[in-house]
Design a protein around this ligand. Structure first.
Ligand code: EPU
Length: 432
């Protein structure tokens, strides 16, 4: 199995413009945005959990180290299957070196409090897309009876058994909803989470927890109710397909043209992005195991504003900016979820794009052609957006710092190659 050091080795993506895309590709499991959260949830029960449909992306390797530091015995038991023995005893602490590499390690907070009555988790800090506060995680856990303070850069939390409570989130935060959900399943009494995040990854987590014996109702809606239970049992679970990878491949079809089939995803998870891409001129239709996409003409510019699910996902924003960069006309793109997600536009402009960013808005004026250039990935989706831009650029594009992309896409180059796109993931010391 590929190790983290292999995956993290740098290099670049080498991209060229090619023929229109064609063929069929299957998306990976949603390892980063669903799988990691289910790994953390496995800490809720002293037993052996099996999670399937996972890939060894860099972030999963860091989560493995977090889980091991806590005392869980985690190993690969198959090609895409992870076995987690959380029998314990557990050490309820997530170290600084690991948490700063992986924000999702904050997801151990809820399960550790629920199982151990205490947790010490390093504060993750901000990253390349914004300041990313944790106030809603804290306030929700406090409402359930936990005491939290930040001491020397660590969140120190303790409680007797958590108590069910009514929690109203200020904003439908994905991470806060997940932490409160995993904290409440073993609480005394019932909880209600209002203004909960509705992302499909929340429903996937809730379905997993319910299979473990939790009693969660309404996941996928803005009001989630949880009846606390005394204990959970370890189960096997298949993690959902990666809707963000599916959307990325759809956008690749939009930028390179062609006709493709994407399997392993659900069209309803992509409603808003499909609607927007439809307005731009990319036709998407359901297929037996996923969807088909067809793009025959240059896309038309359409304004886009990101919102929590079921709105247009912030994770698609850099990708749609890459599409708009060569579309016909001008569009305004508004980012409503993160406060600093436009850092990549300078890189896109180095390829000849005409994007102006001011605060939460960007004006994208479509140009006839981009030109290949060396550019640098700044986060996972921004890096993928630059790879897609390379498909519409004259000459060769090198996307440096590809480890950002590897965090969330197990094999982006391989998936695009399967559709006929000339994209290669080059590694240091390995000849072109
Ligand atoms: N926020 C607060 N206070 C909180 C929590 C969040 O102010 O207590 C703010 C954040 O600062 C941010 C906004 O709320 O501005 C949204 O944050 P949210 O908690 O919803 O996001 P997250 O859980 O940190 C996950 C995904 C992101 C995805 C967002 C939104 C994972 C590992 N990360 O982050 O994925 O963009 O939800 O859907 O699941 C990506 O895949 O590229 C990525 C960044």
């Amino acid at each position: 199995m590929t190790s983290r050091s292999d995956r993290a080795s740098d290099g670049w993506f080498l991209v060229a413009a090619g023929e229109p895309l064609s063929g069929t590709v299957r998306v990976s499991g949603a390892t980063k945005n669903a799988g990691l959260k289910q790994m953390a949830a496995a800490l809720l029960t002293p037993g052996v959990t099996v999670l399937r449909n996972l890939d060894p992306v860099v972030d999963l390797d860091v989560m493995l180290e977090v889980m091991r530091a806590i005392g869980a015995d985690v190993s690969w038991s198959g090609e895409s299957e992870l076995t987690i023995d959380a029998t314990g005893p557990l050490v309820p602490e997530a170290p600084y070196e690991l948490v700063t590499q992986l924000r999702a390690s904050i997801n151990v907070l809820g399960p550790l409090l629920a199982r151990c009555g205490q947790a010490r988790v390093a504060m993750p800090g901000g990253d390349n897309i914004g300041s990313r506060k944790l106030d809603m995680h804290f306030r929700g856990l406090e409402t359930m009876g936990a005491e939290l303070e930040v001491v020397h850069g660590f969140i120190e939390a303790r409680c007797n058994r958590l108590c069910g409570a009514r929690i109203v989130l200020e904003f439908p935060s994905v991470g806060a909803t997940e932490n409160l959900l995993t904290a409440s399943v073993l609480a005394k009494g019932s909880s209600v989470i209002e203004n909960a995040a509705r992302e499909p990854e929340i429903s996937d987590l809730a379905a997993f927890l319910n299979r473990m014996g939790a009693r969660i109702f309404g996941a996928g809606t803005a009001t989630i109710e949880v009846e606390g239970v005394e204990s959970l049992r370890a189960v096997d679970n298949d993690v959902m397909g990666d809707r963000i990878e599916a959307g990325t491949l759809l956008m690749a079809c939009g930028i390179a043209g062609g006709e493709i089939t994407i399997e392993g995803t659900r069209l309803e998870h992509l409603d808003m992005v499909v609607r927007k891409l439809g307005d731009m001129g990319l036709a998407v239709a359901p297929a037996p195991e996923g969807l088909t996409a067809r793009c025959e003409h240059r896309l038309r510019a359409v304004d886009v504003a990101t919102l929590p699910y079921p709105g247009f996902a912030t994770d698609f924003m850099p990708l749609v900016v890459a599409l708009l960069a060569t579309a016909e006309g001008s569009a305004i793109v508004t980012e409503n979820v993160f406060d600093n997600r436009f850092g990549f536009v300078d890189e896109l402009n180095r390829m000849g794009a005409d994007v102006r960013n001011e605060g939460r808005h960007a004006v994208v004026r479509g140009v006839d052609h981009l030109s290949g250039a060396p550019v640098r990935a700044q986060d996972v989706r921004a890096g993928a957006a630059l790879v897609l831009a390379g498909l519409a650029a004259e000459g060769e594009t090198r996307v440096l710092d590809p480890h950002h992309v590897d965090r969330g896409y197990p094999d982006l180059a391989g998936k695009l190659q399967a559709l006929g796109a000339p994209v290669r993931r080059m590694r240091e010391g390995v000849g072109e």
